[in-house]
Ligand binder design. Structure first.
Ligand code: HEC
Ligand code: HEC
Length: 199
């Protein structure tokens, strides 16, 4: 009897080890797929594709979940998220949040553009949630050093509700004028990244 119990324990251990490495292989394949658009070195191929290396873990998970649920829609990402399980999304969020945010070195905007951006940012109070270095935390995303064209696109999407997964951010974006969004995007994109992921 005792031996049978030990035998069963070993069998369970063997099965779970086996399935663990199959899962690890599957995740490694998915990470390769992500690199096709989000970049082999963390620098996305397209300017409107966001950096995900070093982004905050809780935020990454929520976006994948929202793409899968349909709360956030994008032709490319919705199709990809459809094929992900909850465990896949957790593993991918843990993986990408642990990588070092890439340095894209986007140009600093002119003094006038910076002043415009800071006036709006100050009046809406963006740093109360995104924090003083725009590094975010947990489910609030890092904005510093994100791609300018992506920031402009996603803030516009929040504003017109084509990105509808966070009504609070849509309300905040509607407190800004359309002409404010490009200065804000350029300003945030140019910031030096402090403490991203594996840094
Ligand atoms: C075919 C190109 C493509 C592939 C492959 C791809 N993505 Fe994306 N991803 C995008 C685009 C484009 C967006 C921006 C969507 C938008 O504008 O709303 C995005 C957005 C995201 C976001 C939201 C980031 C943010 O700052 O809000 C996350 C998280 C993400 N992708 C994770 C992944 C993961 C993980 C994989 C691999 C399983 C992956 N993506 C594969 C193109 C892709
Ligand atoms: C009350 C807290 C709060 C304030 C204030 C706030 N945000 Fe956000 N912001 C969030 C949260 C939470 C998210 C993530 C939403 C989601 O899960 O999709 C977000 C998302 C974003 C995104 C999307 C980033 C990405 O990678 O897709 C941008 C851009 C952004 N905020 C810019 C701003 C700007 C600019 C301001 C000020 C004008 C601002 N936010 C004010 C909480 C806030």
């Amino acid at each position: 009897m005792r031996q049978a119990v030990i035998g069963l324990g070993l069998l369970v251990a063997a099965i779970s080890t086996g399935s663990h490495s199959a899962f690890a292989d599957e995740i490694a394949d998915k990470i390769q797929l992500c690199a096709g658009c989000h970049g082999e070195n963390g620098i996305p191929q397209q300017k409107t594709t966001p950096v995900i290396w070093g982004q905050n873990q809780g935020y990454l998970y929520i976006q994948l979940r929202d793409f899968k649920r349909g709360a956030r829609k994008n032709d490319q990402m919705s199709a990809i998220a459809e094929g992900l399980s909850k465990d896949d999304m957790k593993a991918l969020a843990a993986h990408f949040s642990g990588l070092k945010w890439p340095s894209i070195q986007q140009p600093s905007p002119s003094k006038d553009v910076t002043k415009h951006a800071l006036t709006v940012i100050g009046s809406i109070g963006c740093t109360s949630c995104h924090l003083d270095q725009y590094q975010g935390d947990s489910t609030t995303p890092r904005l510093a050093g994100q791609q300018a064209a992506y920031l402009l696109k996603t803030m516009t999407d929040f504003r017109d509700h084509s990105r509808a997964n966070n009504p609070g951010m849509s309300d905040l974006m509607n407190a800004a004028q359309p002409a404010d969004l490009d200065p804000i995007a350029q300003y945030l994109a140019s910031l030096t990244v402090i403490g991203g992921g594996g840094q």
